[in-house]
Design a protein around this ligand. Structure first.
Ligand code: ARG
Length: 473
């Protein structure tokens, strides 16, 4: 299909760019995915042009129906994208104008600079809404895993050394908290994405009486009261990519949280820990070692975090030296953003699918959590309740641990007399400290893992997430 040459090259230029330059500069091979928003934006702009008397009703009708037709063809995959037309905007506009002479009026008062800013904001709005729902589903799958194993106790770790006993559910819910902060950052970021830049022109607005508020309303750039939200400075509006950096930084945090979760799952599924088993569908074998079952999904997710963080860095470096206002460098933002969105959304989705595929080895967990040394701090707290300053009780329990090591038995097997030999304030009740259930049920303050608090958190999350998922889907 032959196409009219792009509008912006007519007149001023006597020859077109060389094939090499064309290939170097084209962006349609990746920005084509903005097509739907480009068409919606053009339709709203056209309606506004009709409203202010620049398009007649019949010109508007012709433009709208042709744009709709082009949209259908793109959707069906039969539209021919032409790289010599550079980007998504010129491909669609050139085709519109080829079919409809009135199309030549569409770009009135508009520049590709405000057009691309609009398309990106509209595209990102929808991506954020989808990710918001996908994150809630991931959280829900983790809450379900926590609930299905709500009696399982594991050692909690610091420095990757066994520290104190916790419910596995408490550990899983820690990630639910992280993802929730990510979600609130997404919602916050949405506020800054949801601002309409159209009408900013190339950089200085327009001499024509454009109705920016009308366009904003048409494209749902509105606040809760339905009031249009438009950018307030045309120069900022067309060169601002902060919202992309912001999104990519939220995405980097999500990826980092998933990567930490991946690391826990990888450790837990190793023979050394053996706390969990990930089903065959989410693991792979080794081409050489027949016994291997590798947690590839978790490993790939951990690996992909690198590129998500890299995309954020690329964007910051891309922007840092740009003079006002639009510079073509900005075209480089797209692949970084697209890759970030694709990578993070896919990872979030595959992790929600993997959670139900995890089975917990409750016995192994119990065995690991039964290490009485995990309750050494409880023993120190026990002395504190007898009036011993904590710094002293910490020291005393250290000596108790050393004695147990010397006698070659677990700390919980020390007799009352052996305990008393370290400090006379120990008594018969001191030996009762080594009861795992008692230790956990004493942790009743907000945020701590008593069975009641953990159960309460599980139901709080279940309810909250069910509600969130329902209102977002
Ligand atoms: N493809 C361009 C971009 O992504 C669209 C805007 C082009 N503007 C221009 N003045 N050449 O930034």
């Amino acid at each position: 299909m032959s196409k009219a040459k792009p509008v912006s090259r007519s007149g001023r230029f006597s020859s077109g760019p060389s094939a090499e330059v064309e290939e170097f500069g084209e962006s349609v091979s990746f920005d084509y995915r903005l097509w739907q928003y480009d068409i919606l934006g053009s339709m709203a702009h056209a309606r506004m042009l009709q409203k202010i008397g620049i398009l007649t009703q019949s010109e508007l009708d012709a433009i709208l129906s042709t744009l709709e037709k082009i949209g259908e063809e793109i959707n069906e995959g039969i539209f021919h994208w032409d790289e010599s037309l550079e980007d998504v905007h010129m491909n669609i506009e050139a085709e519109l104008t080829r079919r409809q002479p009135a199309g030549a009026k569409l770009h009135t008062g508009r520049s590709r600079n405000d057009q691309i800013a609009l398309d990106m904001r509209m595209w990102l709005r929808d991506q954020i809404s989808d990710l918001h729902l996908e994150l809630a589903r991931l959280q829900q799958s983790m809450v379900d895993l926590a609930r299905a194993n709500d009696r399982v106790v594991i050692p909690g770790y610091t420095h990757l050394q066994r520290a104190q006993p916790v419910f596995l559910a408490h550990h899983l819910l820690a990630y639910v908290e992280m993802f929730d902060r990510d979600d609130s950052r997404l919602i916050d970021c949405f506020q800054r994405v949801n601002v309409c830049p159209l009408g900013s022109g190339a950089l200085a607005g327009s001499t024509l009486p454009l109705d920016r508020e009308f366009v904003a309303r048409e494209l749902q750039f509105v606040d809760r009261q339905g009031k249009p939200i438009v950018t307030r400075n045309s120069m900022d509006a067309i060169s601002d990519r902060d919202y992309i950096v912001e999104f990519c930084s939220v995405a980097a945090l999500i990826a980092m949280h998933i990567s930490r979760l991946a690391e826990d799952l990888i450790l837990w599924s190793s023979s050394e820990f053996n706390f969990i088993r990930i089903s065959d569908g989410f693991t792979t074998g080794s081409s050489l070692m027949p016994q291997k079952k590798n947690p590839d999904v978790a490993e790939i997710a951990r690996g992909k975090t690198g590129r998500v963080v890299g995309n954020l860095m690329s964007l910051l470096v891309l922007l840092k030296g740009l003079p006002m206002t639009y510079n073509r460098d900005l075209q480089e933002d797209k692949e970084r953003l697209f890759d970030t969105v694709d990578t993070v959304r896919r990872t979030v989705r595959i992790f929600s699918a993997m959670m139900p595929e995890i089975t917990v080895n409750a016995k192994v967990c119990r065995h690991a959590a039964s290490d009485p040394l995990l309750l050494a701090t409880d023993l120190a707290d026990h002395l504190v309740l007898k009036g011993v300053p904590f710094r002293d009780s910490h020291h005393i329990v250290g000596a108790v641990v050393a004695l147990a090591e010397k006698l070659g038995k677990p700390i919980s097997d020390l007799t009352v007399n052996e305990l008393k030999s370290v400090d006379p304030r120990f008594d018969a009740s001191s030996r009762r400290i080594f009861k795992l259930e008692k230790s956990l049920s004493s942790r009743t303050m907000t945020g701590a893992p008593s069975p009641e608090s953990v159960a309460g958190e599980i139901s709080r999350w279940k309810e909250l997430l069910a509600h969130r998922i329902q209102s977002a889907s």
